[in-house]
Design a protein around this ligand. Sequence first.
Ligand code: TYD
Length: 205
Amino acid sequence: MFITIEGPEGSGKSSVTKKVAERLEKEGYDIVFTREPGGTDISEQIRNIILDKSNTKMDPMTEAMLYAASRRQHLVEKVWPLSNAGKIVISDRYLDSSLAYQGGARGLGIDNILQLNNFATEGSFPDLTLLFDIDPRIGLKRIAANANREVNRLDLEKIEFHDSVRKTFLSLANRFKDRYVIIDASKPFDEVVEDTYIAIKNRLK
Ligand code: TYD
């Protein structure tokens, strides 16, 4: 089982999912929590290049290919072996982030990014994708208020960029209905945790 969590900046997806994972572990499920870009040594090194605020000259296609490279390494070293061993792998972001950020907001085209990622992932789609939907204005405010979350190169994009990310995610949810569940991330934390728990449990049945 491979579950991915997606959404605009500051949607709270990571803290919510960690809470849900703890609850599922208590029930006896074997969960591995990981993240993109990153999750393995090589992928984390690629992550540092992508998110470095001083890399202002990065070309959008270079950015898309670095995300795909980081993703490939993460799949080979971590996601595939662990899910083949029967674990439930939950990844904080995966290929839908590339579709929304690089395909949509950067304007490279959803289908181009899908093609690039089909090569990188050999067509490996998640079983379930949870979209933590929120107005980016609220999300970015949350990030600014959170001392533990460092501001990265993509956070610094204009609000129109983040609006486009959100819009693209919602269109992806419509295109890939069978694997997407939309979570209203503007609700109070405990309610978002409950909705997320229910969405995952429904898929585990
Ligand atoms: P991160 O600090 O992990 O942000 P978050 O807590 O919002 O997940 O940074 C990851 C950034 O990279 C985030 O701005 C989203 C972006 N991103 C892409 O643009 N394309 C991708 O394929 C992925 C995985 C992430």
